[in-house]
Design a protein around this ligand. Sequence first.
Ligand SMILES: NC(=O)c1ccc[n+]([C@@H]2O[C@H](COP(=O)([O-])OP(=O)(O)OC[C@H]3O[C@@H](n4cnc5c(N)ncnc54)[C@H](O)[C@@H]3O)[C@@H](O)[C@H]2O)c1
Length: 351
Amino acid sequence: MNEIIIEGKCGKSRITTGEYIDGIDRHFPGKNLVFITDENVKRLYPAVFDKHPVIEIGTGEKIKTLDTVSLIFERLVREEADRTFFIVGVGGGIVCDIAGFTASTYMRGVRFGLVPTTLLAQVDAGVGGKNGVNFMGYKNLVGLFTQPEFIVCAPGFLSTLPEKEILCGLGEVAKHAILSGEELFGFVRENCDNLLKLDHETVDHVVKESLLLKSEIVNRDERESGERMKLNLGHTTAHAIEKTDNRITHGEAVAAGLKMAAVISYQQGKTDRETCRRVCELVDRMGFPETKGLSSQKIKEAILHDKKRDGESINFVMIKNIGSVEIVREAIDTVNDWIDKAVPYLDKKSI
Ligand SMILES: NC(=O)c1ccc[n+]([C@@H]2O[C@H](COP(=O)([O-])OP(=O)(O)OC[C@H]3O[C@@H](n4cnc5c(N)ncnc54)[C@H](O)[C@@H]3O)[C@@H](O)[C@H]2O)c1
């Protein structure tokens, strides 16, 4: 078991990795606790919830809305929850984002903790203090920064994850490996098979290293005014790719987004051919289905509607080396041009 601390203006978080599901409740306060979870997690892990009231929500991005938060508020009122109550969100990134937002706004904020149960939530969504909901079709448009008091990661939860969800998490693992440096990059490259098989020791190491990386960045730039933007590596195009075709999963889009970032970085002279090749090879080794035939026109249209766009420019994370990136601010027309040049290379085996 390992502990990592995030200490920011928006609160202090204690992160525990390598916990056993049976030992989870030692992290919870003994009384006035309410769980928020989704129907799948409640069905798969009923014993986690047997001592306290449970508010169950549905699943899928479409329920990550203010309406769902409103239903949770109603339940909290019916439970007569006051400011002494403690909310524990147990689930994937959607539950974590909703539980954090609900806890941070109910009665101007009650204490909360998170137990992420998907790989994506353990390596990424559960930590960092960002929470919120989608609004009018825009992802995470309404939300705030508040740190949960604790985040407890138990690899045991991952054993029931469908492969599609494992791949979603592996996309973020690949991103962290590129940002972190040769050590984690090499470890992930050599252990792709073990990661896909969810070998506990391998997953535990990768979750811990991902959280160390993310917590160090969040400790330096909690509210994403500078360095935290590094964590968007591959994601400007990934979010756009996801919007071009609803059959493309988030994991596949992140995989394609990382490859696109590598190709653009090489084509624009920020990195060398070998680094570009290594990033693409790492992503391919993780077993993502190939996303062939992407439409650069549709990607560009989706970027135009990105809420992170600031006027006519956009931040783009370039790869310099393994472990080193650069955030560049460029006119949308220039980024569009990069996309046109990079997309044809995603279909090829070599650059
Ligand atoms: N706040 C952040 O910093 C941050 C970062 C990245 C992503 N996110 C958000 O995270 C969300 C995606 O999270 P996600 O990929 O975890 O999706 P999710 O929460 O939808 O979970 C995916 C599916 O797995 C199921 N599930 C959860 N735990 C399970 C388990 N142990 N076994 C079997 N099934 C299980 C869920 O019921 C769901 O059907 C998005 O809304 C995204 O915006 C937030």
